[in-house]
Design a protein around this ligand. Structure first.
Ligand SMILES: C[S@@+](CC[C@H](N)C(=O)[O-])C[C@H]1O[C@@H](n2cnc3c(N)ncnc32)[C@H](O)[C@@H]1O
Length: 328
């Protein structure tokens, strides 16, 4: 294998754009979650956390529901070639499982691992290289929220027409759905398949289900991962406390999310470029949120943006679901 990897970086992740987004996060006191995957250190911490808590990694029956969704996807693909686009691929473990199934069916596959984090894209590329040759993997770094021309970028990257499978795994909880879903919908063409997965609230009682999964966030590994963002800006752990809570957001919209907010006990000033951000004792900054859906909420939200759920596979624990979607 070559010791050089070619990675395309979209302008949405050029230094000026990233700086602008970081200043925005501090001005609005709500951290854009992409900043929790920025550095190699954060990527390693998140991968360790994912290994420890993700149902898809720890509950074999959750893994089975992904495999069943992949088998159904592969069975319905026409022609001998496929382009797999991993949107927010992370470490690419799930995409690699799908690639394996595609390869077992002797399909000629190309893969675009796409993520905001260069480190993640490289980890996903490595996972894919266990199945595909280097020349069929096209790593792409971009911000899905701010990239306006992603459909054109994908066409440019892979001009030959072929059936496309887009994966959007574990992404929806960390975005405001009204912001990301129009972007996602704009990428899915009539002939494409979208595989979408979401962390779900288990059981029939939505609020009780969200309470049940709170320990997956309120734990030492998650705290350590989230606090890296603040420590890199000079905030010390002793400056306050990271607290988790469950909240309906926006109020009246039914959706519940787990929030992690850092509450300052001391005053702290953060200087970035020419701007100074003052946090006084008693003030807080939103570090993280994760929306929890039910299968019905997933269906309703996707429908609003012209995406129809054609099939779904829910893990027996009820904590994660995979949804096969098409343009409606
Ligand atoms: C919860 S992880 C999911 C990773 C993977 N899909 C999985 O299921 O294991 C979220 C991923 O989204 C990426 N991400 C966050 N904000 C993003 C953005 N605005 N555009 C693209 N990727 C983003 C992160 O770098 C991270 O790899």
């Amino acid at each position: 294998m070559s010791s050089i990897a070619k990675v395309l970086i979209h302008a949405s992740q050029f230094p000026d754009a990233v700086r602008r987004d970081l200043l925005e996060s501090l001005r609005h006191r709500q951290v854009n979650h992409k900043f929790h995957y920025d550095s190699l250190k954060q990527t390693q911490k998140w991968l360790a956390l994912h290994r420890a808590y993700s149902p898809s990694r720890n509950d074999p029956r959750c893994g089975d529901s992904y495999d069943a969704a992949f088998a159904a996807t592969v069975a319905q693909l026409a022609g001998p070639t496929t382009l797999l686009v991993g949107l927010g691929c992370g470490g690419g473990q799930k995409d690699a499982r799908l690639l394996r199934q595609l390869a077992e069916h002797r399909r000629q596959v190309s893969y675009v691992p796409c993520d905001v984090s260069t480190a993640m894209v490289l980890v996903a590329r490595d996972a894919a290289l266990t199945v595909l040759p280097e020349q069929d993997v096209f790593p792409l770094v971009c911000d899905l929220l701010t990239t306006g021309d992603l459909p054109a970028v994908l066409d440019q990257l892979h001009p030959e027409p072929m059936p496309r499978v887009m994966t959007f795994f574990g992404m929806i909880p960390n975005f405001e759905p009204a912001q990301i879903l129009p972007k996602l919908a704009s990428l899915v063409r009539m002939e494409d398949t979208l595989l979408f997965s979401a962390n779900l609230a288990p059981g029939d009682d939505y609020a009780a289900g969200v309470e049940r999964i709170l320990p997956q966030y309120d734990n030492a590994l998650t705290r350590d991962w989230l606090m890296t963002f603040l420590s890199d800006l000079g905030v010390e752990r002793a400056d306050g406390q990271l607290r988790f809570r469950i909240r309906e957001h926006p109020p009246g919209m039914v959706l519940l999310r787990v929030e992690g907010n850092f509450h300052f006990a001391n005053s702290r000033s953060i200087k970035l470029d020419d701007e100074r951000f003052e946090f006084r004792a008693g003030e807080s900054i939103g570090l993280f949120f994760s929306y929890r859906y039910t299968p019905e909420l997933v269906r309703q939200w996707l429908h609003r943006y012209g995406l129809a759920v054609r099939d779904h596979w829910i893990a027996p624990s009820g904590e994660e679901g995979v949804f096969l979607c098409r343009r409606s």
